[in-house]
Design a protein around this ligand. Sequence first.
Ligand SMILES: [Zn+2]
Length: 122
Amino acid sequence: MNTPAAEIDPTLEELRIAALVRQAPLEFARVVYGLNDRANGRAGTMAAEEVARTLRQGTPVTRERAEQRARAYLPVAGQEHCPRCWVFNGIKSPLQYREATDERPETGACKICGAEYATSLD
Ligand SMILES: [Zn+2]
């Protein structure tokens, strides 16, 4: 039986998409932590500050919305958008990719929120 080549040797695009899709549930978890931290008077945590930043932009942050968006996160090859901006804010911020070097894997960076996502198999 022939195995499609893509399964043996995934393209960079496929690796990018797979790495980003794994981030969406983590960003949802950050929303939950952030909401809990705020509710418990810990407004200074990074997750709480992400929630506060989103609220300042006029977007309500709820667990339900974030969960729905995390499930619906579907980056498109060549037009990858930031999982954090999507899950927190429902906006599609383009990621800008930087080539891998000997020291680190390729990373996609978001200019809107500052998140960086490495493209790697781990
Ligand atoms: Zn972002």
